[in-house]
Each structure stands twice: as C-alpha cells, then as structure tokens.
Design a protein around this ligand. Structure first.
Ligand code: PBG
Length: 324
C-alpha cells in the first residue's frame, strides 16, 4: 500500500468524523407541512401517510406548539374546504379553515413562522389548480386574480409567508402586486418555482382530497425529464419577486437543487413530498428499513445537494433526533 493519503485516518472516531462533517442538518432547517380541516375536534389520520392527520384549528394549534417546542421554526398549512365548487371560492374566504388557523397560530405561538399554501386544487370540485375554460383547459390569467385574492386573505389573517404551488405563469408577480397594493409589502413569497408533475404526490392527494377529477397536471406542472427548464422557471419567479424558491419533490430531483444552488443567492428550499415520506414509512413498518436512519440520511442528502430549508412530514421526528 503505497498511497500517502489515507482518507480513513479522519474516519477513526466519532469525534473525528464530527469534526470533518461537511453538511449539518439542523432543526432550524425544517418546515412541517400540516392539513387544516374545518369544524371542531377533527383528528383524522391520513391512511396513506401514517403519523399525519387532518386537524381542526384547536388540534392543529396543539400540534404546532409541540413542533415549535422541538425547535421547528415554521409550519406550512394546507386547507380543506367545507364545500368545493367550480371556482374554489372558499379558498379566499376570511372564514376558511386556513385563515382561522393562521389567526390562531399567530396568537398562540407568535414566534412560529406561518406559511400558507396558495392553490385551488383542494377547493375546486374538478380538482385542478386553476379555473377552467369551457373545454376543460386551465385558464392561466383568469386564475392569477383568484390566487392573488387567496394570498391576500392568508396574509391579512397574519401569514408570514405565502407559498403558491399552482404553477400558473406569472403568479408570483400577480401575488406580489396584490399584496403590495393592500399594504402587505412585508409578507414574503416562497414560490414552488420548480414543481414537477410527479406521481410522488399520490398520498398528499388523499390527505387534501385534491386529485384531479379528469386528466392530469402535466399542462401546468413540469416534465420530470426537464432540467434546463428548471433554471428558467426559477429565474422567472425571482424576477417576479419570490423571496425563497423551492424545488419539489426533493430526493428524485437532487440534481436540480445542485444546479440551482450556485445560480441564485436566495434561500433555496426543497419539499420532501408525501410519496417520499410514505415510502420510508411503509418500508419501516414492514421492518425492511431503519426508519430513523433513512429519514436522517435522506434529509441530509437534500441539504448536501443544496437546500437551505426542507419541508418534510418527518420534521418532528427529525427535530427530536437532532436535539439542540
Ligand atoms: C397543490 C399541492 C400539491 C402538493 C403540494 N401542493 C399536490 C399537487 O400538486 O397535486 C404535494 C405535496 C406532497 O405530495 O406532499 N398544488
């Protein structure tokens, strides 16, 4: 053995390994997505996402408090409506589940950053992320107005950050303008800038009851085969005023994170989506994988690839393992 350099020298002890560790996952990196249901006393476990429940406001506040106590700085709220209709009209209602939840969280846990998902798919009877033309095509520009109203209603309730996930062209600009117009220029925008038309969203659509009733989302979400296009999508959102940009899903798209990272100086987020979560949960339940180890490895990989922030349904478990 002639080699002068022996990488194993620095792997000999826990302490040495800790000293030379390049990527450190912190509790501050994590954002917990949560589902808000209308009504009272609701706690319905989502069958395809063990450990995740739809919660009414008071139960949500309790869970969010537990997350905050574990050192998680932020939650992302998805709402379920009382009633769906063609235009998703409940999405912008000040009495909606999300708007009520935001008010409650900001009152009860003022230091917790509250992010809201801005989209229509959970609120429309057809399950698409925008308004439909008579032929069934999603009408981009008509949708922008509605999305802007939804974002304003969330911000007026007190959301710190609004997060549009619809993938309409121009929505970040439309939302920024609408927020500024009503004096909400300090509400930040986390844009789902690079969102792929992914089959990994399957379990989420059970949770949010948001599966499209016909067709799919390929006419607005990105083709999983495209990487160069990710750069263009991100540039557009940054030009329109995004404060944080996101890539979604995470683990199957680490190359996209790595490409974007050096091109942008904004914080970069990644969303470990429902399917990524449920795969690990299911394998662990079968005893085929070590859940905690795989969870931390996947989150570390997402950070190593370039993400500053990670949205993950594992946030609480991970924060517990990471400790102070
Ligand atoms: C809504 C939205 C989706 C997700 C986040 N926001 C589903 C979709 O686009 O169909 C997916 C999140 C997850 O799978 O965890 N547009």
């Amino acid at each position: 053995m002639e080699s002068v350099f022996r990488p194993r020298r620095l792997r000999r002890s826990v302490t040495l390994r800790r000293m030379v560790q390049e990527t450190r996952l912190r509790r501050e990196d994590l954002i917990l997505p949560m589902f808000v249901a209308p009504g009272k006393g609701v706690r319905q476990e989502v069958p395809s996402m063990p450990g995740v429940s739809r919660l009414s406001v008071e139960n949500l506040a309790e869970e969010a408090k537990a997350a905050a106590d574990l050192g998680i700085p932020a939650v992302l709220l998805f709402g379920l409506p009382q009633k769906k209709d063609e235009t998703g009209s409940e999405a912008a209602s000040p009495k909606g589940a999300v708007q009520q939840a935001v008010r409650q969280l900001k009152k009860q846990i003022p230091n917790l950053v509250v992010i809201t998902d801005v989209c229509l798919c959970g609120y429309t009877s057809h399950g698409h992320c925008g308004l439909l033309r008579p032929g069934g095509e999603v009408d981009n520009d008509a949708t922008l107005e509605v999305l802007a109203q939804v974002a304003v209603s969330h911000a007026q309730a007190g959301a710190d950050i609004v997060a549009p996930s619809d993938m309409m062209d121009g929505r970040v600009g439309a939302i920024r303008e609408a927020l500024d117009e009503v004096g909400l220029e300090m509400t930040a925008i986390l844009s789902y800038a690079v969102k792929y038309a992914s089959s990994f969203y399957g379990p989420f659509r059970d949770a949010a009851e948001s599966a499209p009733q016909f067709g799919d989302r390929r006419a607005y979400q990105m083709d999983p085969a495209n990487a160069r296009e990710a750069m263009r999508e991100a540039f557009l959102d940054v030009e329109e005023g995004a404060d944080i940009i996101m890539v979604k899903p995470a683990l199957p798209y680490l190359d996209i994170l790595t490409r974007l990272r050096p091109e942008f100086d904004l914080p970069l987020a990644a969303y470990q989506v429902s399917g990524e979560y449920s795969m690990i949960k299911a394998a662990a339940q079968k005893g085929w994988l070590d859940e905690n180890a795989v969870m931390l490895e996947s989150l570390t990989s997402i950070k190593r690839a370039g993400a500053d922030l990670i949205l993950t349904y594992f946030a609480k478990e991970a924060a517990q393992l990471l400790g102070k």
